[in-house]
Ligand binder design. Structure first.
Ligand SMILES: [Fe+2]
Ligand SMILES: [Fe+2]
Length: 354
């Protein structure tokens, strides 16, 4: 059963984009001094090669709509339309969140390398957000990004948490876009909207953004050793669990794409996990039966929480309290599962081969 709220007007779309829940994308602020202090000397060769890629800007002309795009837009059944709109609104918010964070860091840092890098990434995310917003505009539902930048609540994250979380969200973004693209390459009749056709070159931007964070983290080995490995496990689990619960609230969208949400999510987990071996010394055991069952329990708890919210009153509130305690217990159980460990490879960079 979908828990997606109705999006009927542009105001609804902006309200949804502005909302901060456990499952919606947030805007972040951080302490930019830490970015000034990154010493890129040990990763200079990788960093310079990456910056050359950013500067060559191979996707400069990619995010433009053509006649082929417009010709493919069709009417969607109401339930699918709602979930697709929800998907577009949360995607535009996530893309714009990157744009806001990167341009904020760019504005404040003095380190010229980091300033330039953040400028390139903000450029890409602005294009991505603008491109999605054009599709929302077709429905008369463009999100007011200027308003969002001013009015959405910002969450403060310490710089190292920004590193872990942003790295993960970039690599997950890559894995999500490429998995959908490959599915539709195999089943072109499932491509119910032209935007999916843009995902292949698009996801290479996200992959490259992830590379930037991998290089920055490898330049700061302390972030990847000792008790920080506990933080890494926490962030990986939190973003995986959030994605799993959110995707399972969109049965129509996955059905239309011919994807089983569980299989799709595990494919995204596998790709992301393979990517993270470039930088994280610990990875989650995705095949562990307790892990798999735990994610399903968290999904069921989320569905029950939505129902309790709708019920309201003291009864609803009590139920929500109990469900929150259960969710925390399940999360803790998954957190303490034994992770897989490995040594970091000498070469940091990876290629987007999926
Ligand atoms: Fe992006
Ligand atoms: Fe990105």
């Amino acid at each position: 059963m979908s828990s997606v709220i109705a999006i009927n007007t542009a105001e609804d779309a902006t309200t949804l984009a502005k909302a901060n829940t456990l499952l919606t994308p947030r805007f972040y602020r951080t302490n930019n001094d830490a970015f000034d202090e990154i010493d890129l000397t040990p990763v200079r060769a990788e960093f310079d090669a990456l910056m050359a890629e950013f500067s060559s800007d191979s996707n400069r002309n990619h995010f433009e709509r053509n006649a082929e795009f417009t010709a493919q837009i069709r009417e969607l059944p109401p339930a699918l339309r709602q979930e697709f709109l929800d998907f577009l609104v949360s995607s535009v918010t996530a893309e714009f969140s990157g744009c806001v964070l990167y341009s904020d860091i760019k504005r404040r840092v003095k380190n010229q390398d980091i300033k330039d890098l953040m400028g390139y990434m903000a450029r890409d995310e602005a294009r991505h957000a603008g491109f999605i917003n054009q599709s929302l505009k077709d429905f008369g539902l463009a999100v007011d990004l200027g308003f969002l930048r001013k009015d959405k609540k910002y969450t403060y994250f310490a710089p190292k948490f920004i590193m872990y979380a942003t790295y993960l969200s970039e690599k997950i973004g890559y894995a999500r876009y490429i998995s959908i693209y490959r599915q539709l390459e195999r089943n072109p009749e499932r491509r119910f909207h032209p935007i999916f056709h843009w995902f292949e070159r698009w996801c290479n931007d996200e992959f490259r953004h992830g590379e930037a964070f991998a290089i920055m983290m490898r330049a700061q080995p302390k972030l990847l050793t000792g008790y920080n490995k506990l933080w890494i496990r926490f962030f990986v689990l939190a973003v995986f669990a959030t994605m799993y619960v959110r995707d399972h609230a969109r049965p129509e969208l996955h059905g239309a794409l011919g994807l089983d949400a569980t299989e799709y999510d595990y494919e995204v987990f596998r790709i992301t996990t393979a990517c993270t071996t470039q930088v994280f010394p610990v990875t989650l055991d995705l095949e562990h039966p307790v892990f798999r069952a735990g994610l399903d329990t968290l999904t069921a708890i989320s569905v029950a929480t939505t129902a309790a919210k709708a019920q309201g009153g003291i009864g609803g509130l009590l139920k929500r309290g109990v469900l929150a305690i259960r969710a925390t217990a399940v999360f803790a159980r998954l957190y303490f599962l034994r992770p897989q460990t490995h040594a970091l490879p000498e070469a940091i960079r990876m290629a987007p081969v999926w």
